[in-house]
Design a binder for this molecule. Structure first.
Ligand SMILES: [Fe+2]
Ligand SMILES: [Fe+2]
Length: 329
């Protein structure tokens, strides 16, 4: 309307994006009138276009608006991040709108990081747990091999960490948050990943690092290393000087992956998981972590019996199941 040169590709983008927002389940977008969503889509597109042209101030203001205004209206932060994901999907399906879609990815990534920073500033310390939840919730719904992988790994890791006298709680909760950037077709693929898919999946610790860094650099560093191994065969860094905190999360992650494979026998398979982990002491796991897991056996057994039985959707946990398949089974 107020744009000097109406562009059909652009108009199509705005109406598709607004419609997709309207169709988002479990978000307040559903209840907003379509003309409001179109206005929001228009502003978002305009802000992204300005960023592509080198001016981030529009997007910064847009993000400030959604954090303040929509946050006050009851939107949760994961729902707003979902809005950016829908923008991404819309752009991918309408290739004529952007000449270089890779640069749109970079801009959206910047927007999400900025959003997280702003959200934290505005919510202060009390809001941290809410933000953490907002970061892990989309992941838990995205990765379907379990209904609650992040929280389960956190609980198991806490039991092992207690024996070791360390704190891994937040890092364990956020370790896989970078999988938000891994396509669904890879996360939920049945059967082995091909070389290209595996390379993409191996980027997720980097993404976790970059997302968590603005919240807590120390925790981000642990997240980056949750797939490293003492024998140097881990990823993405291939370090041999493995951090105790990161390896504690690795053990909890592996244990949960093994126990998630057979929905009917969580509790009974704990022995199998622990002996598989024990068999990799010194190669995949630090001996002190394995000892701590042995000592936490009772606590972990109690925990597993309380977890919701995972949904059976094939071999979807490539993040950790791939590694055990190679080295444990
Ligand atoms: Fe994981
Ligand atoms: Fe992972």
């Amino acid at each position: 309307m107020d744009r000097p040169h109406p562009n059909p590709a652009r108009a199509l983008f705005v109406s598709v994006y607004a419609t997709k927002l309207k169709e988002l389940h479990d978000t307040p977008f559903r209840y907003r009138p379509i003309h409001e969503l179109e206005r929001m889509s228009e502003r978002c597109l305009e802000a992204v276009e300005k960023s592509l042209a080198g001016d981030n101030s529009w997007l910064d203001r847009y993000i400030g608006h959604i954090v303040l205004q929509l946050g006050r209206e009851g939107f949760r932060s994961w729902q707003l991040i979902k809005g950016f994901e829908v923008f991404h999907d819309t752009g991918r399906r309408l290739p004529h709108v952007f000449s270089d879609f890779n640069r749109v990815n970079d801009v959206l990534y910047w927007a999400i990081v900025r959003f997280s920073q702003l959200y934290e500033e505005l919510q202060t310390v009390q809001g941290l747990s809410r933000m953490v939840e907002s970061l892990t919730m989309p992941l838990d719904s995205k990765e379907q091999y379990t209904s609650n992988h992040s929280h389960a790994v956190q609980k198991i890791a806490e039991k092992i960490a207690k024996v070791l006298g360390i704190d891994v709680s937040l890092a364990a909760l956020l370790h896989d948050v970078g999988k938000i950037h891994v396509p669904d077709r890879i996360l939920t693929k049945r059967g082995p990943l091909d070389q290209d898919e595996w390379v993409i999946l191996q980027q997720h610790p980097y993404h976790s690092f970059r997302i968590v860094y603005p919240i807590n650099p120390e925790v981000a560093s642990i997240c980056l290393r949750h797939h490293e191994r003492p024998d140097g065969r881990g990823y993405p860094l291939g370090e041999t000087d493995v951090r105790l905190e990161a390896n504690t999360i690795a053990a909890a992650d592996t244990l949960h992956a093994i126990c998630s494979k057979r929905p009917y026998h969580n509790y009974q398979r704990l022995d199998v998981a622990i002996s598989a982990i024990r068999g990799n002491a010194g190669t995949q796991f630090l001996p002190e972590v394995v000892n701590a897991l042995d000592r936490a056996y009772g606590d972990v057994a109690g925990l597993l019996s309380t977890f919701e039985p995972p949904r059976q959707t094939g071999e979807a946990n490539h993040g950790s199941a791939y590694q055990p398949r190679e080295t444990i089974n």
